[in-house]
Design a protein. Structure first.
Length: 727
């Protein structure tokens, strides 16, 4: 874009020490000190001055370079020089360089600005150039002909936003409170006249100050900021003597002498905006990277933190090189030594490099996802200590007889994309090389991207967590988590250490027994049948069956050598029991087929006190057993007569205090070898005494007879032993 070599320019001072008559080079936006067309005394005697008093305040809620530049009245060309590092700003203009370091920051800025006077050179002075030789040096393109004086200040308020808070709400509250600053009254001893709820809000605000004022104390809190803000008009001085240049007017030297150096062209607005976008993308990326590095997970697993720091270092180096290229090319373009196409090519090359914004953010997406994946694993690992390195792991394994360690094996795996970034900076890869590692799919390079690996890790983590929970009271076992590279175990594995030495790098703890069912149940015993766990069976040495009275602490235990069945006897009648079964290894016990805390289980309620039952809850294989205070009647004694049978029996051996036998139910049925006893066609008769006669029977027929107790609402007892006879 061609420049008008006769037009006066306006530029923001940005804290730079301008003075009237000073030379300026618009090609690189630099001041030329110590050289001028006029003597100092001549300039001093020919300056025109007029007051220009004004003050204003504004709220800046955006962090974009465009909005910051607008607040400081920085036009596009000067902005390009700032982006390229050609301009060193000072005073209030340092606000341009103050960027958030975290996405978890809510930020609002209060901008105060005041003007006091304007000074300019007279036409008489401009026509009397004394030192003509300055034109021949070609070191400047413009001369300062007018300056607007005043001062500006930026109060930058930050507030950390937690995961539980709404960033938008905090930002809104921050903005509301900042708007109140000019209206807040200061009471005695500097206290602020504010409502209590507002006082609580502002306690979480921090403040940074960037200004053209000389302060006795830099504000760091909201209260400090209010006091400083309200003192700013006085700090300018009674006659504005403390004001500084805010805006300057520059006249092209070509208007005084055609031989002078000229500003040939300005940088196109579109290219300036593209440069701005590149640097804003890097600022956004840096915030994301900082947040990831600060996470607990990145600190617990140094491999993650190391990769993030390497990533930040390489893109920061590329950013610096990009700015250096801008600083070199901008003056050449403005002076006519290069075309704008050179700058366009720099931007295009960045877009086609591994440092393009899409690839950089995709890698960052992957690291954030990796951190969340790790966090999901570690959050479920209770009773487990996370150690940061191999040496820390060794130290911990020495302090316990046994140590079981869940190892994330792929955290330190090579990152081809990181290598591509480093190689690009060192100019190692050739642009047309088909093997260029920057062509790799970034997401597919991540260990968690494989469903097979991810599923296997979740399975191992579940076995590990359950094993840790089952052995949390065992002081001889320590449970650890660490990140170590192991190429033979993709994703994760479980190490077993004994006395500091690694016994296994692929230990599989047992899961809970696969199935557990109730077999025979009597008034004082129950037989449990169980099958081995699906996982970790090769490490099992025996099985433990634990049982306890519902609602009471303390369990009894019996042991089974193998996974078949075990009978638990000696149970107390009319008592509710709960059972659990687990595998036992030389390292520790596996998880039970029910939750570890018995008292938290749902308990099956007893319907009546005179019978025995077992219920299996399919959700967690919990067994609940109730035993009544009534044993079955004695075995029937029978005598056969023609067409009838005389039956007698003994009363139950155990009859509870609250149990009343109303009658006996005598059951009889023809036997059939092809039919199970329970499936026979049973007939019934009722007897009030411990005897009875069954009549109407067929001759030459075998019958089965058994007796139960009828106890009304309490139900019936279990049947007696069945007696078979031939009539």
């Amino acid at each position: 874009m061609a420049a008008d070599d006769k037009q006066t320019m306006e530029v923001a001072a940005l804290g730079r020490p301008f003075s009237l008559g000073m030379l300026y080079d618009c090609r690189n936006d630099s001041l030329i000190p110590g050289m001028t067309f006029w003597d100092h005394d001549d300039l001093k005697n020919d300056i025109q001055e007029k007051p220009q008093c004004n003050n204003n305040f504004d709220i800046v809620a955006s962090e974009s370079i465009a909005d910051k530049s607008s607040a400081l009245n920085v036009e596009a060309s000067l902005k390009a020089s700032f982006l390229g590092g050609l301009v060193e700003v000072g005073g209030s203009a340092k606000y341009l360089k103050d960027s958030k370091t975290s996405k978890n920051q809510a930020r609002v800025t209060l901008n105060y600005q005041a003007t006091t006077k304007m000074q300019q050179l007279s036409m008489n002075q401009l026509g009397k150039v004394k030192h003509q030789n300055v034109f021949n040096k070609g070191i400047a393109t413009h001369v300062v002909t007018a300056i607007l004086y005043g001062a500006q200040a930026f109060f930058v308020f930050d507030r950390e936003v937690s995961d539980e808070e709404s960033h938008q709400d905090i930002q809104g509250n921050l903005k509301v409170m900042i708007k109140k600053i000019p209206l807040i009254k200061i009471e005695g001893e500097g206290s602020l006249q504010m409502e209590n709820n507002d006082i609580e809000k502002v306690k979480k605000f921090s403040c940074k100050f960037h200004g053209d004022f000389l302060l006795k104390k830099t504000p760091t809190t909201f209260q400090d900021a209010v006091q400083v803000y309200q003192s700013l008009p006085q700090l300018l001085g009674t006659n504005g003597e403390n004001a500084v240049p805010m805006k300057v007017w520059l006249m092209p030297l070509a208007t005084l002498d055609s031989k002078a150096a000229q500003l040939v062209r300005q940088i196109s607005l579109g290219l300036v905006q593209e440069c701005q976008s590149v640097l804003e993308d890097f600022t956004e990326l840096e915030m994301r990277c900082n947040d990831a590095i600060r996470t607990t997970t990145a600190q617990q697993f140094p491999q993650i933190g190391k990769k993030l720091k390497t990533f930040k270092e390489v893109f920061s180096e590329f950013k610096l090189e990009f700015q250096q290229k801008l600083a070199k090319i901008l003056p050449l373009i403005r002076g006519g030594g290069e075309e704008e196409a050179v700058l366009a090519e720099i931007l295009k090359k960045r877009h086609s490099s591994p440092f393009n914004n899409t690839s950089l953010n995709k890698w960052m997406d992957c690291k954030e996802r990796e951190i969340l994946t790790l966090q999901s694993f570690t959050d479920n690992m209770e009773n487990t200590q996370i150690v940061p390195s191999q040496s820390h792991l060794y130290k911990e394994t020495l302090s316990a007889e046994l140590a079981v360690c869940f190892v994330f094996t792929s955290l330190g795996s090579a990152e081809p994309y990181l290598s591509a970034l480093s190689n690009y900076l060192e100019e190692k890869p050739k642009p047309d090389d088909p093997e260029d590692p920057r062509c790799h799919d970034i997401e597919k390079e991540q260990w968690y991207a494989s469903k097979e690996v991810s599923d296997a890790m979740r399975h191992k983590a579940k076995l590990f967590s359950d094993f840790a929970e089952a052995n949390k009271e065992n002081k001889n076992i320590q449970f650890l988590t660490v990140g170590l590279t192991n190429e033979t175990q993709k994703g994760s594995t479980i190490y077993l250490h004994k006395d500091g030495f690694t016994v296994s790098e692929n230990f599989e703890p047992p899961s809970k027994p696969e199935t557990v069912t109730a077999g025979d149940v009597t008034h004082n015993s129950v037989t449990l049948k169980f099958s081995p766990p699906r996982f970790g069976a090769e490490n099992i040495t025996s099985y433990s069956v634990e049982y306890c009275v519902s609602g009471e602490d303390g369990c009894k235990q019996t042991t089974a050598a193998k996974a078949e069945e075990v009978t638990v006897s000696g149970l107390t009648p009319n008592t509710e029991y709960m059972f659990r079964c687990r595998a036992v290894t030389s390292v520790g016990v596996g998880p039970a087929n029910s939750v570890a805390n018995i008292n938290k289980r749902s308990i099956l309620k007893i319907v009546g006190p005179n019978f025995i039952f077992v219920k299996v809850e399919s959700s967690d294989s919990t067994f609940t057993c109730g035993h009544g205070k009534l044993s079955p009647p004695g075995k029937p004694q029978v005598e056969t007569n023609s067409g009838e049978i005389s039956v007698s029996w003994e009363k139950p051996a155990e009859i509870g205090q609250d149990v009343h036998i109303l009658s006996y139910i005598v059951e009889y049925a023809q036997t059939d070898k092809e039919v199970k006893e329970e499936d026979l066609q049973w007939n019934q008769m009722v007897s009030r005494a411990e005897k009875g006669i069954i009549s109407g029977l067929q001759s030459e027929t075998e019958y089965a007879v058994r007796v139960r107790c009828e106890c009304g609402e309490a139900g019936r007892s279990k049947g007696s032993i069945t007696e078979c006879l031939h009539n």
